[in-house]
Design a protein around this ligand. Structure first.
Ligand code: PGA
Length: 266
């Protein structure tokens, strides 16, 4: 049985699961100048205007003002890659949700593994950011995922359970329609190694179960869980065919229209 669709059945074209609407997001990380960002945003707007999925691009902070008017009113949402845990104040080098809101940002990616591991963000800090982003009306993509050594030690599920539970601590049931989880095994990010569709699906199922324990089965069924980690045109179909995979968070392949569009329109 097909689990659910972002369009709640409206776009169901077949019974094989590929008629559902997926959420395909591009995380541009620390790439591109304003001119390059504008060129890519324009190409994507054009190429995806008849796309049937939900789309998002997340450029660097300095590119948001350039990208915002280009995607406004299109089927591509504007995302930021992070935000500060405070609204404003003496926080040198940080960017506030108020500043992101002003630029037209709709979604904030939080807890990305590069933030967790390279910049030492812990679950408590990420949870604080989740609350602040929700308070200001943003959609949140909360990233979770295990390190290679954690996977090898058989701890992948436990890590994802902890990151999901701690990341969402105190989030109200009324806010869940603005929560998306991205499962990104750290060993698969930017490495060319992808989790097999079966391995990814089994962690997605575990995350959904954890979410169900927190918020009930109906909420768990509706939860959108993206997979991230070396998603490419040649593996997207097999990944998205899995019951518990509802979209993709794409890094490297999101940097060019020629690699992102085939994923976005799979
Ligand atoms: P990748 O990055 O597609 O380059 O592996 C994914 C991500 O970090 O979101």
């Amino acid at each position: 049985m097909e689990r659910h669709s972002l369009t709640k059945g409206k776009d169901e074209a077949d019974s094989g699961g590929m008629g559902k609407k997926y959420y395909i997001a591009g995380n541009w990380k620390m790439h591109k100048t304003r001119a390059e960002a504008a060129a890519l945003a324009k190409e994507l707007v054009q190429a995806l205007k008849d796309g049937k999925h939900k789309y998002l691009i997340a450029p660097s902070f300095t590119l948001l003002e350039t990208a915002a008017p280009l995607v406004k009113g299109t089927n591509i949402r504007l995302g930021a890659q992070n935000c500060a845990p405070e609204e404003q104040g003496a926080h040198t080098g940080e960017v506030s949700v108020l500043q992101l809101k002003e630029l037209g940002v709709q979604t904030i990616i939080l807890g990305h593994s590069e933030r967790r591991h390279n910049y030492k963000e812990d679950d408590a800090l990420i949870n604080k950011k989740v609350h602040l982003a929700l308070k200001h009306g943003f959609e949140v993509i909360l990233c979770v995922g295990e390190l290679l050594e954690e996977r090898e030690a058989g701890k992948a599920e436990a890590v994802c359970e902890r990151q999901t539970t701690e990341g969402l601590k105190g989030v109200a049931a009324t806010e869940l329609d603005r929560i998306v989880i991205a499962y990104e095994p750290v060993w698969a990010i930017g490495t060319g190694k992808t989790a097999t569709p079966e391995d990814a699906d089994s962690i997605h199922a575990c995350i959904r179960k954890v979410f169900g324990k927190l918020y009930g089965a109906a909420a768990a069924e509706k939860l959108i869980i993206q997979y991230g980690g070396s998603v490419k045109a040649d593996n997207v179909v097999a990944l998205m065919a899995k019951e518990n995979i509802d979209g993709a968070l794409v890094g490297g392949a999101a940097l060019k229209a020629e690699t992102f569009v085939p994923i976005a329109k799979f």
